[in-house]
Design a protein around this ligand. Structure first.
Ligand SMILES: C[S@@+](CC[C@H](N)C(=O)[O-])C[C@H]1O[C@@H](n2cnc3c(N)ncnc32)[C@H](O)[C@@H]1O
Length: 299
């Protein structure tokens, strides 16, 4: 859905309202940024200048005219580090495309679109796109007499934006006056991921199943997780039960990016070898995992 009142004047008129280079610098868009996503990029007013400083810049716009305009400009100039996506940011299929960048997105900008219908929903999307400690920025028209901008009844004041931003789990880093017509707010995704080491020593159905469910839930909460299989637990791969499907949880954990290590001696004692999901490891690897982990849990 096209956000309300998000139409644009001609490019030259639009450019006159914004000191893009200064705004980008204040909004912490600099050489330290790996991948920037510009949601509702319009003419690419910020996307193109940002691409000169960041490693990769990705613009998204729902409007075909804006999409084509940016796409043609990228082609004509042979820009290698800019990509343009046509799509609605609130649609799952657009988010699927953005998932391709998910490990690297450390900056998202929401410039002149925050008068949208559901700003908190948009912020939740931004939160899901950004990697931990990534930053996002909103710039918007002041709640004042300005030569353009959305109607006053939907124009958010900075205090309101800050409330929304904090309610979603960001913390505010900075707030600026961007004279003459705008204000800007930079906020950061709090890094709350932990490193968990899990030592599993049993192949007992319910216990081993619970251990892997814990591992999967931890991964889904964006923690880093490693599982070390010891003793009879090295037999867990392939173990199924009508209620406690260990193998299913083990594979789910691996598909979520979790790492499993299996004690080589325990495998040898059982005439088993390592597998792709559970490669052979040593007791030294187990010690290293415990050193790496901030918390170690045993089952
Ligand atoms: C007012 S313009 C701002 C353009 C640009 N951010 C800037 O500040 O120069 C808003 C842009 O958001 C785009 N837009 C509106 N709804 C959108 C949506 N749901 N998903 C992606 N883009 C959207 C519009 O097509 C338009 O280009």
């Amino acid at each position: 859905m096209n956000f309300r009142e998000s139409g644009m004047p001609d490019e030259k008129t639009w450019d006159n309202f914004l000191d893009t280079v200064r705004i980008l610098s204040l909004m912490e868009i600099n050489g330290g940024v790996n991948t920037l996503i510009d949601i509702g990029c319009g003419y690419g007013t910020f996307l193109f200048p940002a691409s000169k400083v960041v490693k990769k810049a990705v613009g998204i716009d729902i409007d075909n005219k804006m999409f084509k305009y940016c796409r043609d400009r990228i082609k004509q100039n042979g820009y290698k580090n800019i990509e343009i996506v046509k799509g609605d940011i609130s649609q799952k299929k657009t988010l699927k495309v953005l998932k391709l960048y998910s490990d690297h997105v450390d900056s998202v900008v929401l410039f002149n679109i925050f008068h949208c219908e559901e700003p908190q929903k948009l912020l939740n999307i931004v939160y899901s796109i950004l990697k931990p400690d990534g930053k996002a920025g909103v710039i918007h028209w002041k709640y004042d007499n300005t030569p353009r901008g959305p109607s006053m009844k939907i124009r958010p004041k900075p205090e309101k934006v800050i409330k929304w931003v904090e309610s979603v789990g960001f913390f505010v880093r900075n707030q600026f006056e961007l004279a003459p017509y705008h204000y800007g707010i930079v906020f950061e995704k709090e890094e709350n991921n932990m490193k968990y080491g899990i030592i599993l020593e049993t192949k007992e159905y319910e216990k081993a199943w619970i251990a892997f469910r814990f591992a999967v839930a931890s991964k889904k909460s964006e923690h880093e997780v490693k599982v070390f299989l010891m003793g009879e637990a090295v037999e867990c791969e392939g173990l199924t039960h009508e209620t406690y499907n260990i193998d299913e949880q083990l594979n789910l954990f691996v598909s979520e990016g979790g790492e499993i290590l299996a004690c080589g001696t325990c495998l040898k004692l059982r005439n088993m070898s390592g597998t792709e999901a559970c490669p052979i490891s040593t007791m030294v690897d187990c010690v290293k995992m415990v050193e790496w982990a901030e918390k170690t849990v045993t089952f």
